[in-house]
Design a protein around this ligand. Sequence first.
Ligand SMILES: Nc1ncnc2c1ncn2[C@@H]1O[C@H](COP(=O)(O)OP(=O)(O)OP(=O)(O)O)[C@@H](O)[C@H]1O
Ligand SMILES: Nc1nc2c(ncn2[C@@H]2O[C@H](COP(=O)(O)O)[C@@H](O)[C@H]2O)c(=O)[nH]1
Length: 199
Amino acid sequence: MMTQRGLLIVLSGPSGVGKGTVRKAIFEEDGIDFQYSISATTRQPRIGEVNGEDYFFVSREAFEEKISNGDMLEYAQYVNNYYGTPKSFIDETLASGRDVFLEIDVQGALQVKSKMPEGVYIFLTPPDLTNLRERLVGRGTDSQEVIEKRVTAARDELKQMINYDYAVENDQVVFAVERIKSIITAERLRVARVFEKTL
Ligand SMILES: Nc1ncnc2c1ncn2[C@@H]1O[C@H](COP(=O)(O)OP(=O)(O)OP(=O)(O)O)[C@@H](O)[C@H]1O
Ligand SMILES: Nc1nc2c(ncn2[C@@H]2O[C@H](COP(=O)(O)O)[C@@H](O)[C@H]2O)c(=O)[nH]1
């Protein structure tokens, strides 16, 4: 019997918009049955971050070796560090029929879209840039210099919203979570109908 491939769900948007916060809130809900793809990065862990849970923290050399070996579905250099999505987890999970959830930056999401256009691409947007800067400052994890680099990158990233399937405003986390869950429910139904027609 043919197995229906899992659905690839990509949540993206500028740094500080709240992707991680919204993703964690979604995964804390009951009945969530998709798998989170843990990214690799060369950035130093922040206080409280756990290797293998938040990221796979690796050296620059190890990351570059993974790129050469073709082990990354996508990768990006963001504010002097590499970030990337290990490919084998995505391939194996989708092939087993389970849905995968990626939370990645805009450069990476567009690379994935060019390879896997059948995925669902969701752009999380802030109410405005002032609000975005306030969130980065409020998070307290980056220097003023890094925050300015992230806000500058955000100006360009917001122009890419048009290349996504959906834009979701993160005005309040609970509302953003509900909007994203509705999108996923509708997309799962659509994909299941398409699959039924192929049987
Ligand atoms: N809807 C919201 N309203 C107010 N503050 C928010 C909201 N969503 C997230 N935040 C806060 O904004 C800050 C940035 O959120 P978060 O770290 O989740 O962003 P991110 O998009 O994952 O960032 P990065 O891409 O850099 O990892 C955090 O301090 C978080 O608590
Ligand atoms: N292209 C990718 N971008 C990723 C990945 N994992 C995370 N990210 C994005 O990087 C920036 C910075 O993250 P931070 O943890 O240092 O704040 C942010 O936009 C993340 O979403 C990935 O695998 N590929």
